[in-house]
Design a binder for this molecule. Structure first.
Ligand SMILES: C[S@@+](CC[C@H](N)C(=O)[O-])C[C@H]1O[C@@H](n2cnc3c(N)ncnc32)[C@H](O)[C@@H]1O
Length: 419
């Protein structure tokens, strides 16, 4: 480990570079009121995250092992402060550019004044709101203001703090109940917490507001460069299959987002989007007119065998990580009847690194894995785990490559067939 001084010097050099950009652009120094680092151009955002990682590492070293571990143990209290703010919409009770007293916030939100004061002050420890020293009136910070002005951000915070975090409190109970061997989506921690025997999406179907928040949060989390669909173009040689008569089957393709994007970037391929009846009945009406002759929606349950002719390629995005190995194996086995030598099978997923991560970005995969465990009894997988589950489903599956294009969060596992 380098010395504290050399770590601090490296952080200083990074800080100078970021400051220089802000100064050149006449942007204010970052503060809890004004998050100017968000305005850095893409090429400087990587520097910013490297800076944040190094600062975080130095913070943990300076806190020491005991206090850093206790910080983690106490983090539920920070989450609770934010949850109270989110749940009672306390951010909406403070004017965007003014102040409010705790009594005014109580009247507007319906949460008793002393609870407002205690839990807003708890949240202030994470710079969610600030308090004027003299008047003790509450003022927004960049964070609390964004809860009001950015619905996607609010949905993302709400999903984690008011839905998934609380549901995760039952994960160990689920493991203990099923001897740590449970694959059923309707026996998840989410289902146990919500006292339902339905899997998450069936349960949310009867709770439109929560379902809408889930959708809003997913859109928020998958915004930005690293999620751009152009990465799917970079990770496979699409021109090699773009021939007249070629078909691509998009398994569990939902509203056909991937197929629509691919149709716009290929000339000849015909896309078949397979999904369950409720999706297939509404998706075609949302299809742009000029794609109607390129994309077809067909009802197909991926737990039943494919009955189609072998296509040029199968595509499957965000499906396998929703299922434990037992079910992922069945999904993969049901594709076998339509696999032939030369058929490509492209699995588009987050691929977990095969090593632990302490950097802030690298931890994302393990956080996703915890979410998959909580809501589906499922998991994220490493490249080796994708290979294992594919080979377990049928030894004729061959993993040809696992590619994460530069700048992409997601990877493509390219699978062939040894027929
Ligand atoms: C996370 S979404 C992914 C949608 C799409 N692949 C995409 O990337 O935009 C999962 C999809 O799987 C579909 N699905 C769930 N169970 C299915 C089944 N048994 N057969 C076919 N599709 C299913 C859902 O309706 C949903 O559209």
């Amino acid at each position: 480990m380098p010395s504290l001084t050399s770590m601090a010097e490296s952080i200083l050099a990074q800080a100078k570079k970021l400051d220089a950009y802000l100064e050149a652009q006449n942007l204010a120094c970052p503060s809890f009121d004004d998050d100017t680092l968000d305005q850095l151009p893409d090429e400087l955002q990587d520097e910013r995250w490297a800076f944040a990682n190094d600062v975080n590492e130095l913070k943990q070293l300076s806190r020491g092992a005991t206090q850093t571990t206790l910080d983690c143990a106490f983090s539920w209290t920070d989450a609770l402060g934010l949850r109270v703010v989110y749940h009672y919409k306390l951010a909406n009770a403070v004017p965007l550019d003014g102040t409010a007293s705790y009594a005014e916030i109580a009247t507007a939100s319906g949460l008793k004044e002393d609870l407002c004061r205690r839990f807003i002050r708890l949240a202030m420890g994470s710079h969610v709101f600030t308090e004027d020293l003299e008047t003790q009136r509450v003022r927004h910070t960049a964070s609390s203001r964004r809860l009001v002005t950015d619905q996607g951000f609010s949905d993302a915070v709400g999903l984690e703090i008011d839905e998934l975090g609380p549901a995760s409190s039952r994960l160990i109970d689920v493991w203990e109940k099923h001897q740590q061997d449970v694959a059923e989506p309707d026996q998840s921690a989410f289902s146990m917490f919500n006292e339902t025997n339905k899997p998450i999406f069936a349960f949310l179907a009867s709770q439109p507001e929560r379902a809408q928040r889930f959708g809003g949060a997913m859109r928020y989390f998958t915004k930005g460069e690293s999620w751009d669909l152009r990465h799917i173009l970079a990770s496979f040689d699409w021109p090699s299959i773009d021939q007249p008569g070629a078909q691509v089957i998009d398994i569990g393709g939902g509203n056909g987002q991937i197929s629509q994007y691919l149709a716009r970037h290929t000339k000849h391929v015909h896309y078949i989007v397979q999904d369950l009846a409720h999706m297939i009945s509404q998706a075609p009406s949302q299809l742009p007119g000029d794609l109607k002759d390129r994309i077809e929606f067909v009802e197909h349950d991926f737990f039943t065998p494919q009955t189609t002719e072998p296509p040029a390629a199968f595509v499957m995005r965000y499906i396998l990580h929703n299922w434990a190995d037992k079910y992922a194996t069945r999904i993969l086995q049901n594709i076998v009847p339509a696999m032939r030598k030369g058929t490509k099978f492209l699995i588009y997923e987050y691929v977990l690194p095969d090593r632990p991560a302490t950097d802030l970005a690298g931890r994302f995969g393990f956080q996703m894995d915890a979410i998959m465990a909580t809501i589906f009894n499922a998991q994220e997988r490493t490249a080796a785990e994708y290979e294992r589950v594919l080979k377990g489903a049928d030894p004729r599956y061959v993993v040809e490559s696992v590619c994460r294009p530069e700048g992409s969060t997601m990877s493509i596992v390219q699978v062939g067939w040894m027929g």
